[in-house]
Design a protein around this ligand. Sequence first.
Ligand code: 13P
Length: 286
Amino acid sequence: MLLHGSDALKEAAAASRALPGFVAYNLETLQGITAAAEAADRPVLIQAGSSPFKHAGRDSLMQLALDAAERSAAQLGVHLDHSRDLDEITACLEAGYTSVMVDGSHLPFAENIALTKKAVRRARDHGAWVEAELGALSGDEDVSTDAVAQTTAMTDPRQAAEFVAATGIDALAVAVGNVHGFTKNPVHLDLDRLAAIHKAVPLPLVLHGASGLPVEELHGALAHGVAKVNVNAELRRAYLEAVRQALPSALPSSDVVSVWAAGRDAVRDTALEIIGRLSSRPQESA
Ligand code: 13P
């Protein structure tokens, strides 16, 4: 069923847990994410777009994601990830997306505020909640580049408070040393900065780039206000490894369905494991 409103996000924040935001590119990744949410019986956000729209087509992926969420027994929000385009945001809201991320993090501060305010206005008309980003993350949303965090572009706590007050957003994505995709060296978050942002900002915080993040770092983030955690690369890697293993027996008979099914099941198992990681309170993990 579709998960409307931001209550699940607020509940996660109050319990030092996090809602997973899983990126979906196609039917099989959607099926895997949905199956994991059902098995865990926990709310999950399907992040369908904006980058995956380039692969699947906007309207097709939008409808697939909404249909998967509506038909499922699990509570599934459908979220537009990293959109810089108000027309795209409007199209997703009109289709029934339950939340959007407006990404003005590449813009000067005043322009980021202006773009974000417009997105908030449009989202309110559709009863959806809004995530925005302040500070810039290194790495790429679709491939792992072994990037390192840009320490000069981290979120400033005072600016974060001003940004939140000026825009009326529901959740703030932060740059505190997090990086999109896998990295060769483990990522270390600036937890002091995160704690200062948490103190300054009365909203659930969002951590992008959680793939490969050491569990202690993740739990440090959950202890300092992070209530939504985005994961993509871990699901992509699981999908690709399963496909590689399935190929030798599938190739002789051109059995493409068995390859897609292997990818789907690997996404399900990995997403289920991540849901568990995000659902345990930091102190329970010791
Ligand atoms: P990863 O690329 O580290 O999985 O992060 C995903 C993400 O932040 C999507 O917005």
